[in-house]
Ligand binder design. Sequence first.
Ligand SMILES: [Zn+2]
Length: 295
Amino acid sequence: MSTYKTEGIIIKRNNFLEASLILNVYTRDYGKVEAVARSARKVKGKLKGHLELFLDTELILAHGKNIDTITSSFTINSFSNLRNNLEVSYGAYYILELVDRMTVEKHQDERIFYLLKRVLLFLDNVANKELSLRGAERRSNPVTTREEFSHGIAVSPCGAPRNDINCLILFFQINLLNLTGFLPELNKCVFCGKPIKSGGNYFNFSMGGVAESECASKDIKSILISDNAIKLFRLFQFKSNDAKEYNLHLKKSFEIIKKLKADRKLVLNSVFLMNKFIEFNIERKIKGVDFLKGV
Ligand SMILES: [Zn+2]
């Protein structure tokens, strides 16, 4: 039986037969792979504990007629902080579900792998910081003011502890939409092609982007969208076919997200709008979005 080795992140995990597992893994070299891990739930099974959700792992797989088999798994990163923080893990579950729903099997895209890995690392860091704050007196969030990191986007009158996670989720949604071919049009009216001016614009799902108010009236399903939401989407949108360049862009973007002081309501509404756009495109519900309402 021929084997192959790759790094992958476990995005879906289901029990199979008495002691086995069926997993979806997003791998660096082969895209999403469905594989079986035999006896992985046996107490003394060599794979036990090495195939949990979120795990970033080095895998050896054997090609199978119907499904590949995981023969070995070596944990690279367990994201243990994220795993132990319920609220942060809600964001991570949502992200895994998006990757699983929006990608097709064995369609390789290294950029998606790096996007997923870096976002999980970011969330793990957030959870780690919270852990170190626990026990110590929690400082109340300082009042935020309009500053250089606002990028011209509305600034919240008061800080919100979960805003960085929501910003990160929005960033992830927009980037995954881009990488899977559903990139929303944000600069030209999707009906007539005229450049978008500020004020009174709409978002149209079936045309896939922003429409000026006159054109949007052609479709009653258009949703009013604020200039600040459009600015936020534009800030997070990036196109590059080069995985190295893309990786650098991710690093830079995360620095922006850490410092961005965008209005909490604006970010949350934008997350739900993009989720609806995703559901429209893949014609399926994303269950994990319900958890985000409490984040
Ligand atoms: Zn138009």
